[in-house]
Design a protein around this ligand. Structure first.
Ligand SMILES: [Zn+2]
Length: 278
């Protein structure tokens, strides 16, 4: 399920005025750790400070080497935004993003001073970042286009070397695929993912993700046709033959996301947790 590349450098300058620090939170779900991006040289915007780990937050302040004026979050999962509050306390920066929805795995400490919507821009003397609403992995997920480079920070919408979890009800597969097309339509020159290395072939990677998801959907559809009235849990081994049993709980969440998409597309029906083809 997860196949990140070799170790990444903890700090990298990707282009003049675009820097990346990897948070020290590596795991199966976060790969090498969460990527924190710094934009600007004289007045800094920090994107996704990651988990609330004081040494990492202090490292961000240190590496910024200039006043941090803005803190942005792609979404409010525990590996992306809990560091925001501490960083804001240390810097008095403005906090920008979308509020956390209710539910599990949401960082309710995230308190934007400026709530962003699709198309909103942060324009500074040095750079412009444009918010692109990309629900799917999370309902409040934003990508950010750095206008001058035409690079797009993708948070957990697109990550390097792995697929992301779509966990209903906040995660939604139909919206996810639509949001992938939305990013592709920006014709970005590169993607800066929340985990892993910079992606230099956005079109190829996004097409692969969409194809991969639709191929999985076709498997779900076929399995459902062969086992009408089944629960999502019972369908897992029929659809995720390539996934080891210890990952079945996660696989079931993705499977459920596919079933809900099929339902939204009018191709499946659910009755009391039992699914059948429409
Ligand atoms: Zn996430």
């Amino acid at each position: 399920m997860t196949s990140f590349g070799p170790d990444m450098p903890a700090f990298a300058e990707l282009a003049p005025g675009i820097r990346r620090i990897v948070a020290p939170n590596p795991s199966m779900m976060t790969g090498p750790g969460t990527n924190t991006y710094l934009f600007g040289k004289k007045a800094i915007a920090v994107l996704d400070p990651g988990p609330r780990l004081r040494p990492h937050i202090e490292d961000i302040v240190d590496k910024a080497a200039a006043p941090i004026r803005w803190i942005l979050a792609t979404h409010t999962h525990p590996d992306h935004s809990p560091g925001v509050r501490l960083l804001a306390e240390l810097t008095d920066a403005e906090v920008l993003g979308m509020q956390a929805p209710d539910g599990d795995h949401q960082d309710q400490s995230f308190a934007p001073t400026c709530v962003l919507g699709h198309g909103d821009v942060l324009e500074t003397d040095e750079f412009t970042l444009e918010a692109v609403h990309t629900p799917g992995h999370a309902s409040n997920h934003l990508c950010f286009r750095h206008v001058a480079s035409n690079w797009v920070v993708t948070g957990d919408h697109v990550i390097d070397g792995s697929t992301v979890v779509i966990n209903p009800p906040d995660g939604n597969m139909k919206q996810y695929i639509e949001s992938l097309k939305r990013v592709k339509d920006l014709r970005p020159d590169a993607l800066l993912p929340g985990h892993g290395e910079k992606i230099d072939e956005p079109d190829r990677v996004i097409d692969w993700i969409i194809d991969h998801r639709l191929a999985r959907e076709a498997k779900v559809s076929d399995a459902l046709a062969g086992h009408p009235g089944v629960t999502s849990r019972d369908l897992v081994p029929h659809v995720y033959k390539d996934v080891p049993e210890r990952l079945y709980a996660w696989a079931e969440r993705s499977l459920l996301a596919h079933l809900i998409k099929l339902e939204e597309d009018g191709k499946a029906v659910q009755n009391d947790g039992h699914w059948s083809p429409q």
